[in-house]
Design a protein around this ligand. Structure first.
Ligand SMILES: [Zn+2]
Length: 195
């Protein structure tokens, strides 16, 4: 079975899930997630954070069905969510935005193991001694470095993601039957030729 990376096309929408600006205009972790921040490097487990809910001032305005936020969460329109739910695509869950309820953040139900030795990813400096995350890493883990699922209709995330200084970058991968489903429905916002 073939798999495809779901890469949002164009620019991310101008909103952040994890961060907000303080009174001086500096970006900081939202208060509701502050207790999750690593004492050493300040990073937060993005998907543990979502289990604490999403702030009402995370507002989205876009016509796309698939898009990313500034802090690297991939999101879908209500139309795309309904397509995935009706087809019973496994591996993916949804967190609805409380004040932009026609959009949801995609949440992984499982992550597949990446063999870092064959991943060809690159890492800056040593990992954080407390949470184990790198300050920055680049490259997408290739499929050959992963233990791939066998379901026909599945979406998943690798268990090792590229790191930016603020957050991990969402990397969603879909089976070819899911890709066909999305292409038949003329889903917008995915760069099908990114890889
Ligand atoms: Zn840390």
């Amino acid at each position: 079975m073939n798999f495809t990376y779901l890469i949002p096309s164009g620019n991310p929408v101008e909103t952040e899930v994890l961060f907000e600006n303080d009174d001086d205009g500096r970006s900081r972790i939202r208060k509701r997630y502050a207790s999750l921040a690593c004492a050493k490097c300040g990073k937060v487990d993005e998907y543990a954070a979502l289990s604490l809910g999403v702030d009402p001032n995370v507002i989205v305005r876009t016509k796309k069905d698939y898009f990313g936020t500034f802090d690297h969460f991939d999101c879908v329109s209500q139309r795309l969510r309904a397509i995935l739910e009706q087809a019973n695509v496994s591996g993916v869950g949804f967190v609805e935005l409380p004040k932009s309820r026609s959009y949801s953040i995609l949440v992984p139900k499982f992550r597949v193991h990446v063999d870092l030795a064959t991943s060809a990813m690159q890492f800056r400096r040593k990992p954080c001694p407390i949470c184990g995350r790198y300050q920055e890493s680049t490259g997408y883990p290739p499929l050959r470095s992963m233990e791939l699922p066998t379901e026909r209709l599945v979406m998943f995330m690798p268990d090792f993601l590229p790191e930016k200084s603020d957050a991990r970058m969402a990397v969603w991968i879909a089976s070819e039957d899911v890709v066909k489903l999305l292409q038949d429905a003329n889903i917008t916002g995915i760069d099908w030729d990114a890889f």
